[in-house]
Design a protein around this ligand. Structure first.
Ligand code: FAD
Length: 160
C-alpha cells in the first residue's frame, strides 16, 4: 500500500478543524490539527496526535499543558496560519482559559493537562485531562478530502 492511498483514504473521514496551542514561559505556539477526539467522560479525557517533525511536540512535552480550539467556519484563515499554509508571520492574540492560551471566536475552547503520552509510529498521542471548557454558538469549520468546508443547512439529514 502506498502513502498516497493511505492519506486519501484517511482524508475521507470528515472532521472539524482545531488549533492546538501551548505556552512555554509565556511563548505561545499554535498548530492546526484534525487528529482530535474525545476519549472518556469520567474522567474527562481527549486525545491529540502530533507528528514527530512538528515544532509544537517538544513544547507540549515541556509545558505538559495544551488547549484545543475547535475552529468556527469564519476562522479558516487561522487554520491556514497555524498549518503554515500562510507563510508570512501574522500576529495572533490569545485569550486565556484556566491559564492556557485559547483563541477567541472558537466554537469550543478546551483547556487540558497532559495525563499520558504514547509514541506510535511517527506521531505522539497526548491524552489530555480536560480542566475547563468554554463554548460559543457558531458554525464549525470542516475538513474533508483535503479541502476546507462548511455545514450547509439544506443538507442536514434528520437523525430520527
Ligand atoms: P510551525 O510550522 O512552527 O507553526 C505552524 C505555523 O503557525 C507557522 O506558520 C507559525 O508561524 C504559526 N504560528 C505558531 N505559533 C504562532 C503564534 N503564537 N502566533 C502566530 N503564528 C504562529 N499535524 C499533526 O501533527 N497532527 C494533526 O492532527 C494535523 N492535522 C492537520 C489538519 C489540517 C486541516 C491541516 C491543514 C494540517 C494538519 N497538520 C497536522 C499539519 C500541521 O498543521 C503542520 O504540519 C504545521 O505546520 C506543523 O506545525 P509546527 O508545530 O511544526 O509549527
Amino acid at each position: 500500500m502506498d502513502d498516497r492511498l493511505f492519506r486519501t483514504a484517511m482524508g475521507k473521514f470528515a472532521t472539524g478543524v482545531t488549533v492546538i496551542a501551548t505556552d512555554v514561559e509565556g511563548d505561545v505556539h499554535g498548530m492546526t490539527a484534525n487528529a482530535f477526539m474525545s476519549v472518556s467522560l469520567s474522567p474527562k479525557l481527549v486525545v491529540i496526535s502530533i507528528g514527530e517533525k512538528a515544532k509544537i511536540l517538544e513544547k507540549i512535552k515541556q509545558s505538559q499543558t495544551f488547549s484545543v480550539n475547535i475552529l468556527a467556519a469564519e476562522q479558516q484563515e487561522l487554520s491556514m496560519i497555524f498549518a503554515g499554509q500562510i507563510k508570512e508571520p501574522r500576529e495572533v492574540i490569545f485569550d486565556r482559559l484556566d491559564g492556557k492560551p485559547v483563541l477567541a471566536g472558537a466554537v469550543a475552547q478546551i483547556a487540558c493537562e497532559v495525563s499520558a503520552e504514547h509514541v506510535e509510529g511517527d506521531h505522539t498521542l497526548f491524552i489530555g485531562k480536560v480542566t475547563d471548557i468554554k463554548l460559543q454558538d457558531a458554525e464549525p469549520l470542516l475538513f474533508y478530502s483535503g479541502r476546507y468546508r462548511t455545514l450547509l443547512d439544506e443538507s442536514t439529514i434528520p437523525s430520527n
